[in-house]
Design a protein around this ligand. Structure first.
Ligand code: GDP
Length: 424
């Protein structure tokens, strides 16, 4: 059986604007709840003379999930015919930002929820800003609780225009704005009769319309060199270049380039551990290769295919970083950067802006990054390194920073920054 496609979605919005209700409704309307769960929670509410809330349903599910396993962020699963969705619902949570910025869990798309009656709050803007910093490109705004404003088109359009103006400033162009009533299910799975003036997709149609990241195997080939083993066979000096394939595939006869050294060769054989030599190997496999020519390369280099898109090679790059170090991250101090199998000296050169994860305050004037801050900044490594930007290949676009032998920050690379010529 073929594995089903999965997509991570993040849902954000001011408290009480209806995130839990949207999620609960999506679970209920796609038939993704355990049998009888909805009824038993409704029954519980009736018995206790409390109005039913989808939030209770989610709490009940999370309690079950939490038994025996620890979950760091609230995660909910539902299925459509097209794929399985994992909804990550913990914005503003230190853990959430950490996972997103360090790449532990990336979201392909974001839903921003706004209460039609309350309108845009400061938090709605902060969340917009964070979504932008995380580099999430597929964004949809859900204008919720439309029932409280009589499904008034003018109210919806005023929010679309006001929020759109703000989002543009933080470089987000939402794919869509959807008027919904999460509580009643309007435009969630079913098109609503209350919004005949709206002819866009329902939330479910929109989700299925999002484009998912490519499978690792379909991406260009990348293998960070872990080690070089030397041995003599039939009087010949042989070298095996060992590592784990991050993405793509490699075959005997392929021309390869090692970056940043730019040395080239051709694959002579592919050997696995405890398996016979073979012609082709794929993402996630640990392999060793021999080359047709004797070249001297070092662990830490990135092996790529000559005829595929190459990674960036530079010493400066723009990144988002999540800092967990006890001491703040400061400019011009020497740190160690680990990316793939490469370890190299690095300095923080410039801070564009900082968001503190606990309060979500945005600061453009701080000149150091403190514990639990998320910062967009420019780093410079001691020598050029090979990497991909996070939007192209995740695993080669992530790094960690080590301060005093401790992992103190994790980040994602957004873009290469041209090296300045220090001789000028
Ligand atoms: P969260 O804090 O963003 O997760 O918000 P909740 O989903 O818990 O919703 C907050 C309150 O708004 C709850 O009392 C919900 O029942 C209510 N609510 C959510 N969606 C709607 C809606 O579409 N219409 C109405 N009238 N109330 C809603």
């Amino acid at each position: 059986m073929e594995a089903r496609e999965q997509m991570n979605i993040v849902i954000v919005g001011h408290v009480d604007h209806g995130k839990s209700t949207v999620i609960g409704r999506l679970l209920a309307d796609t038939g993704s709840l355990p049998e009888g769960k909805l009824e038993s929670v409704k029954e519980f509410c009736r018995k206790n003379a409390r109005p039913f809330e989808y939030a209770f349903l989610l709490d009940a599910l999370k309690d079950e999930q939490a038994q025996g396993i620890t979950i760091d962020t609230a995660r909910c699963f539902f299925k459509t015919n097209k794929r399985d969705y994992i909804i990550i619902d913990a914005p503003g949570h230190v853990e959430f930002l950490k996972n997103m910025v360090t790449g532990a869990s990336r979201a392909e798309a974001a839903l921003l929820v706004i209460d039609a009656k309350e309108g845009i709050k400061e938090n709605s803007k902060r969340h917009g800003h964070i979504v932008s910093m995380l580099g999430i490109k597929q964004v949809v705004v859900l204008v919720n609780k439309m029932d409280l404003v009589g499904f008034d088109r003018e109210v919806y359009e005023a929010i679309v225009s006001e929020f759109g103006e703000f989002l543009q400033k933080v470089n987000i162009r939402p794919i869509n704005y959807i008027p919904i009533s999460a509580f009643n299910g309007d435009n969630i799975a079913q098109r609503s009769r209350n919004t005949l003036w709206y002819d866009g997709p329902t939330v479910l149609e929109q989700l299925d319309g999002f484009v998912n990241k490519k499978e690792n195997r379909q991406l260009p080939f990348r293998m960070p060199v872990q080690d070089i083993y030397k041995f003599t066979e039939e009087g010949d000096d042989r070298r095996i270049v060992a590592g784990t394939i991050i993405s793509g595939s490699i075959s005997v006869g392929d021309e390869v380039v090692f970056l940043p050294s730019n040395k080239k060769s051709v694959i002579k054989s592919i050997e696995g551990f405890n398996v016979k030599p073979r012609n082709t190997a794929y993402a996630d496999e640990a392999i060793g290769v021999t080359l047709t020519t004797q070249i001297y390369i070092k662990p830490g280099e990135l092996m790529v295919k000559a005829n595929e898109k190459h990674p960036s090679v530079s010493s400066r790059f723009r990144a988002n970083i999540f800092w967990v170090g006890k001491a703040p991250l400061i400019k011009n101090k020497n740190y160690k950067l680990k990316i793939g199998t490469m370890k190299i000296g690095v300095k923080l050169i410039e801070i564009s802006h900082i968001i503190d994860a606990a309060e979500l305050n945005i600061d453009t004037f701080k000149d150091q990054v403190e514990r639990h801050d998320v910062a967009e900044c420019i780093f410079e490594t001691a020598k050029p390194i090979a990497y991909d930007v996070i939007s192209e290949i995740e695993q080669t676009g992530r790094f960690v920073i080590v301060d005093n032998y401790e992992i103190s920050g994790g980040g994602i690379i957004l873009e290469a920054v041209p090296d300045t010529d220090s001789s000028l």
